[in-house]
Design a protein around this ligand. Structure first.
Ligand code: 48H
Ligand code: FE2
Length: 264
């Protein structure tokens, strides 16, 4: 088979990549919202925030999307979704199988791929391989004003490298069970008065509503969504039912949209 392929030399390949990468970093160094973690809650928040026109940047430590979605339940590639979270999944064209009234089964690969795709199409910028390891804060009024980021690879190599800072009107901890961003803020900025009781054992029927109800602002400029809510508010876990994760992502987006509009 004869194919005429456009010829591009190594210097041009490298230059285009460097230039375009730096343009993204330069533009997003001052964002409306920084979301930490590309699991179900972070991706859903990114989708709604970007759709509302906010400059939305999401950092994900790993080189993949979906956080805990990919592992399904004990590596079984299915998850449970319940009403009304099905509406969010339908909005991004994820197919659901109803197994009882208001209870659905979703395929984990389809869930991760389509949720990530929707967030990107809505305009969210997602950067992989970056770990958020600290926040920026300001006084008068006391608030979180952004994050400190480092390559995940640098951290894995245990190298002492100082971070880059990204400013944001709102920082969202969507890091899952460990609530990493809020934990570091609670430890390093005691004036914020954040006390973290830690997640409780499983109680699925209660946990779903509690997580969504307790989603939102934990300090000025700092918000929590997803499984991190259980850690920060001392709530039970729910296992492989993911309705609360996407509903929590949507709820945090709605609260931030209101807060950011109020401040501008
Ligand atoms: C950059 C980071 C950092 C960091 C972590 O764990 P996730 O899937 O989080 P959620 O809250 O969206 O979803 C939770 C769900 O997956 C789950 O575990 C449930 C429902 N469990 C119930 C139960 O009973 O166990 O995703 C978090 C993402 C991951 O991709 C991490 O790699 C990433 O955040 N991340 N990224 N900087 N400091 N910390
Ligand atoms: Fe989990």
């Amino acid at each position: 088979m004869e194919v005429k392929i456009k010829q591009v030399d190594e210097v041009r390949i490298s230059r285009y990549i460097i230039k375009e990468t730096m343009e993204d970093w330069y533009q997003f160094v001052d964002s409306d919202v920084v979301i930490v973690g590309a699991g179900p809650s972070g991706l859903t928040a990114a989708y709604y925030l970007a759709k509302a026109g906010l400059k939305t940047l999401l950092f994900e430590r790993r080189l993949s999307f979906g956080g805990g979605i990919g592992g399904g339940a004990m590596l079984f590639h299915k998850l449970v979704i319940e009403k009304p979270a099905d509406e969010i999944l339908r909005e991004v064209n994820i197919r659901l199988k109803e197994v009882e009234d208001g209870v659905y089964i979703v395929d984990s690969a389809e869930f991760m791929a389509k949720l990530a795709s929707a967030a990107i199409d809505a305009g969210a910028k997602i950067i992989h391989g970056v770990t958020v390891d600290d926040v920026i804060f300001r006084e008068n009024p006391l608030r979180v004003a952004g994050v400190a980021v480092e390559w995940t690879a640098t951290q894995m190599a245990s190298l002492h490298v100082d971070p880059i800072f990204i400013a944001a009107k709102a920082v969202v901890d969507a890091t899952g069970h460990d609530a990493e961003v809020i934990s570091v803020a609670a430890r390093k900025i005691p004036e914020l008065g954040i006390v973290i009781p830690g997640e409780k054992s499983a109680y699925s029927e209660k946990a779903e509503e509690l997580v969504v109800m307790n989603t939102g602002k934990v300090a000025e400029g700092l918000y929590v969504t997803g499984m991190a809510v259980a850690e920060v508010k001392g709530l039970p876990r729910m296992g492989p039912i993911f309705g609360a994760m996407v509903l929590s992502g949507k709820a945090v987006a709605e609260e931030i949209i209101k807060d950011v509009l109020k401040s501008t």
